[in-house]
Design a protein around this ligand. Structure first.
Ligand code: MN
Length: 234
């Protein structure tokens, strides 16, 4: 039913499938951890002693499992970053670490697609990261699995293959800040709410991806995600 107060048709609700069901998880905000694996910090030439930080993507940047990501405009260096996704069923402010898992609906596999050339140009000019990180189709997300089924994974292989070739091969136990610590820390900065998802950072091996690439991701005990990079939109 459409609310007649709206002066335009309201935009559709972004959502992610729940594995093995016909249900979907409605997405409110997408938060991302900027750096959370030591080897990736080293490959980016950054100081590994600094705490992680956060940026966001729009919810309508989600691409479902099996989807096609049109190669985005303005970049010559789009990179893949495979990441564990955490989906929240509740939120709050100043959530204690020991209470953080109670907020989690489930987990999935995502890719933080990045226009690396634009991100680095923004970084060097001390400008915001949105144009490098928050572009259309920049958040492929595989089907979620509820924590009631799989628990709270703190270790397990996380990998990404491009056209069958291993590119990223890490382990969740390499995260500098674990999932409850991220939820607690982020909730000191913003109020978290049901529908928020968090991309928890990427292991090393980030690299350029080009039109025609098939990206296959897997996190042990969590799930899989496959997307294809398609030609640019006209
Ligand atoms: Mn990332």
């Amino acid at each position: 039913m459409t609310d007649s107060r709206y002066v335009i048709v309201p935009p559709p609700q972004a959502a992610i499938a729940v594995a093995g069901t016909d249900k979907v998880f409605p997405v409110r905000r997408i938060w991302c951890v900027g750096r959370n694996y030591v080897e990736h910090i080293r490959e980016m030439g950054q100081d590994e002693r600094l705490p992680p930080f956060y940026f966001a993507k729009p919810a309508d940047a989600i691409v479902p499992d099996g989807g096609i990501v049109p190669y985005p405009p303005l970049t010559k260096d789009m990179h893949h970053e495979v990441e564990l996704i955490v989906a929240l069923k509740s939120g709050g402010r100043n959530i204690p670490v020991v209470k953080a898992n109670d907020c989690i609906y489930g987990y999935g596999v995502g890719i933080d697609l990045t226009r690396r050339d634009l991100q680095i140009a923004s970084r060097d000019l001390k400008r915001p990261w949105e144009i490098g990180k928050a572009f259309d189709h920049s958040a492929p997300c595989g089907a979620l699995r509820p924590a009631s089924e799989i628990g709270h994974p703190a270790k397990g292989r996380i990998m990404l293959k491009a056209n069958g070739q291993m590119r990223q091969d890490g382990n969740l136990n390499q995260m500098i800040w674990n999932t409850p610590e991220i939820i607690s820390n982020l909730s000191e900065m913003v109020e978290l709410a049901p529908g928020d998802i968090i991309m928890t950072g990427t292991p090393s091996g980030v690299a350029a991806t080009v039109v025609g690439d098939k990206l296959e991701c897997e996190i042990e005990g969590v799930g899989t995600l496959t997307v294809t990079i398609g030609p640019p939109l006209k």
